[in-house]
Design a protein around this ligand. Structure first.
Ligand SMILES: *Cc1c(COP(=O)(O)O)cnc(C)c1O
Length: 376
């Protein structure tokens, strides 16, 4: 049996519906920022318990726009070092200076203590990233710290479609939540992004920024230095159909995760991330920490070559403060994130994964760890 690292799931019925919508859109002549975009925004907002959603053409754009709306130009912005480069690029492009912070090993996310350790007199905002879809169980402390210091909290929710913590959705903890709709994410529109917010001003700013800072769609008065961040109607139709599957995707991913949890708790030398009871995790990634000393490269190779199992991409393989492009922003070592990044693996989770596939992954993992231990 082969289990690929990732699988994009569009059912035959969904493909037909998107094809029909595409015909209608092409015939209508309205190819961008039209009725499908508005419907997708409304559905996305409803699915995430948010008053407003603004569609854009990437998760990176959603982040940059959220940061521009937060007014971070010329200021320091705290973000975790274990995130995708886009989080830090968005800070730079919005005119801010990224300040990399360490994370809580239990949540893989910023905590009040790791944020506090990264604050400067120039800090104006904090970007929290819900790694692998997990919302930190201590996020209320980060919110409290931000409130106390007058900092804007922005969420990079690129991993966290549908995740909830104590009943609250990802994207509702900060002033804005930025989602990605890239093909590997839990919901995709091909390419795309979404900003959710409860703040009408942020919604209005996002609408301005995404279309060249124009005061109105049809006018030519530019009041912000925006960009070409619009979502096309074809992407909106794709995302609208895919989003409808989110509840069943969450249910089937949770079933795979429950199978993984039970088996991993019985295996020696493996730690897994604990999701608090009652929380919903979308399991964008299923993160496992092998004991120190297991060589990740060899494990990957063994799983692929001997068992046909592709591990999903790490979140992340290397922390950003060790990436060449961010060298001038890297001021100190961040030992927890360095260890997590170097050591963890991500088991494959697909939105249509079968129990047999999950069991094959588990059997392969157990056999591979045994082989590597004997070899080591
Ligand atoms: C995918 C991702 C982004 C960027 O989203 P794009 O849609 O690829 O621009 C930003 N942050 C994180 C954490 C991501 O995983």
């Amino acid at each position: 049996m082969q289990v690929p690292a990732a699988r994009v799931v569009f059912s035959e019925a969904d493909r037909a519906e998107i094809a029909a919508a595409a015909r209608e859109i092409l015939a209508s002549g309205q190819l961008t920022l039209g009725a499908y975009t508005r419907e997708f925004e409304d559905a996305f907002a409803r699915a995430h318990g948010a008053p407003f959603a603004v569609a854009v053409n990437s998760g990176t754009a959603a982040l940059e726009i959220s940061l521009r709306a937060a007014g971070i130009a010329g200021a320091d912005v705290v973000l975790p070092t274990n995130t995708f480069a886009a989080t830090a690029f968005a800070v730079l492009r919005a005119g801010g200076r990224p300040v990399f912070a360490d994370v809580n090993p239990r949540t893989l996310a910023l905590s009040a203590a790791t944020v506090a350790a990264a604050l400067t007199d120039e800090t104006r905002a904090v970007v929290i990233v819900h790694i692998g879809g997990l919302i930190a169980d201590d996020i209320a402390e980060v919110q409290a710290l931000c409130a106390e210091r007058g900092l804007v909290l922005v969420e990079d929710a690129a991993h966290a479609h549908g995740s909830t913590r104590a009943g609250r959705h990802a994207g509702s903890f900060g002033v804005a939540g930025a989602f990605s709709l890239y093909p590997t994410k839990v919901v995709t529109s091909g390419e795309g992004g979404m900003i959710v917010t409860a703040d009408e001003r942020v919604r209005d700013e996002a609408v301005l920024y995404r279309d060249q800072g124009k005061a109105g769609f049809l006018g030519n008065v530019h009041i912000r230095d925006g960009y070409a961040w619009r979502m096309s109607e074809l992407h909106a139709a794709t995302g609208l159909v895919h989003l409808r599957r989110l509840p069943e995707f969450l249910a089937s991913r949770a079933q795979v995760a429950a199978r993984y949890d039970a088996a991993i708790d019985d295996m020696d030398g493996l730690e897994r991330i604990q999701v608090p009871p009652g929380d919903v995790n979308n399991y964008y990634k299923y993160v496992v920490l092998p004991r120190p000393g297991v060589d990740r490269f060899s494990l990957r190779k063994e799983l692929k070559e001997r068992h046909g199992v592709g591990l999903a991409g790490e979140v992340y393989e290397a922390p950003l403060h060790q990436q060449p492009v961010f060298e001038e922003h890297a001021s100190r070592s961040l030992p927890v994130a360095e260890d997590l990044c170097a050591r963890h693996i991500c088991l494959p989770v697909h939105s249509d994964m079968t129990a047999d596939e999950a069991d094959h992954v588990l059997g392969a993992l157990s056999a591979s760890l045994r082989t590597l231990t004997l070899a080591g």
